[in-house]
Design a protein around this ligand. Structure first.
Ligand code: PLP
Length: 377
């Protein structure tokens, strides 16, 4: 019997069983967390427990503000618009939810791996006067490349700037430690860690003066009015706790990812694995098959029952060539032929072997096609 091989965990990572249990339990509670009666207090308890679970999962200080949102995009939007900076600097490889949050973002140039160029950042910070916000993602959603957040935060603070980190892809794959990173704000999203879709959080140090996105109702400490998504939040809390405790399991995921890349590189000399020689997420592989469009590869994989994507899948189903790769200075030949494979807690070696075999088949078919075309000329 054919089954789906799901290798798109960076788009969304399937719900974990313990999370599902927590979500169903919370859905059966009758109260509104703002009600003072017993049922309301029970719902409120779930929200407060989840707030603590999320805070602890990223080692944010006890005094930190943990504001639940409807998704990671909303958390990023709140961070970029809630502190009223004079300038906002963000790396050129940020997710669309950051780059689209404001129209006045100044783009920090990146190196050939998509990492913030500290020299450029220093020049930009030194050139401005007034209160700046620097927003940089911890791990890139397409390439998995990790930024040097501690160095960025240290530099930004020297110039009196605030630092926001989009930690949405990093959580559950590498250790995310708010205190050691030395940052002021951190965005998270539940569905990237086996939690429910449609719930996120912004964590901010107590000294960050945030302005509310929704005022009415006064929920979320007055910063995010509206009745809380109790079941989603409760599931997020459990997912965050598991993500922290299962981090060691990422070693197995990394071994599968490394096996996949080694097989492909040994088979096709002209395959490119993007940024494979710098620090990356252990689950992510962004691979270009020379001369074959990402769209053709995705369709072929889909027919073989394999779910992968062409870079970011979070932008309403579109499949364009990667802006991240372009910002890294890579040409269209690579940007238009790269697909992202992102592994996670559901995957076994068979899944990866199924992908490898489908990839090799397509490669060979394309090679024969180009040989025939050359012979016909
Ligand atoms: N930031 C990054 C790095 C992402 O990868 C994503 C989603 O893929 C988001 C933000 C947006 O998160 P959400 O889908 O919860 O809105």
């Amino acid at each position: 019997m054919s089954h789906t091989v799901y290798l798109d965990h960076n788009a969304t990572s399937p719900l974990k069983a313990e999370v599902k249990k927590a979500v169903i339990y919370a859905m059966e509670i009758e109260g509104n967390p703002s009600s003072v009666h017993g049922a309301g207090r029970k719902a409120k308890r779930l929200v407060e427990d989840a707030r603590e679970q999320v805070r602890v999962a990223v080692n944010a200080p006890k005094s930190a503000q943990v504001i639940f949102t409807s998704c990671g995009t909303e958390a990023n939007t709140l961070a970029l618009n809630g502190v009223n900076p004079v300038r906002v600097l963000a790396s050129a490889t940020e997710h669309a939810s950051v780059l689209g949050a404001r129209s006045d973002i100044e783009s920090i140039p990146v190196d050939a791996f998509g990492r913030v160029d500290l020299g450029h950042l220093q020049t930009m910070l030194a050139a401005g006067d007034g209160h700046a916000l620097v927003s940089v993602m911890m791990a890139n959603n397409e390439t998995g490349v990790l930024q040097h957040i501690e160095d960025i935060a240290h530099l930004a603070h020297r110039f009196g700037a605030l630092v926001h980190v989009d930690g949405i892809q990093a959580l559950g794959k590498v250790n995310v430690d708010f205190l050691s990173l030395g940052i002021d704000m951190l965005s998270l999203s539940a569905h990237k860690i086996g939690g429910p879709l449609g719930v996120g959080a912004l964590i901010a140090s107590k000294d960050v003066k945030l302005q509310a996105s929704n005022r009415g109702g006064g929920q979320g400490g007055g910063l995010r009015g509206g009745t809380e998504n109790v079941s989603g939040i409760s599931g997020f809390g459990v997912a965050a706790e598991i993500a922290k405790s299962e981090l060691v399991g990422m070693q197995n995921v990394k071994a599968l990812r490394d096996h996949l890349e080694a097989e492909i590189k040994a088979f096709a000399e002209d395959a490119t694995v993007i940024a494979d020689d710098v620090e990356r997420l252990p689950n992510t592989s962004f691979i270009s098959m020379a001369g074959v469009s990402a769209e053709t590869q995705l369709m072929t994989m889909d027919l073989a029952g394999i779910c992968v994507s062409a870079g970011s899948a979070c932008s309403s189903g579109k499949s364009k060539s990667s802006l991240v790769l372009k910002a890294m200075g890579l040409g269209e030949d690579i940007a238009k032929t790269a697909i992202r494979v992102s592994l996670g807690h559901t995957n076994k070696k068979n899944d990866v072997d199924h992908f490898i075999s489908a990839w090799k088949d397509l490669y060979q078919r394309q090679a024969r096609k180009s040989q025939n075309n050359t012979a016909a000329v």
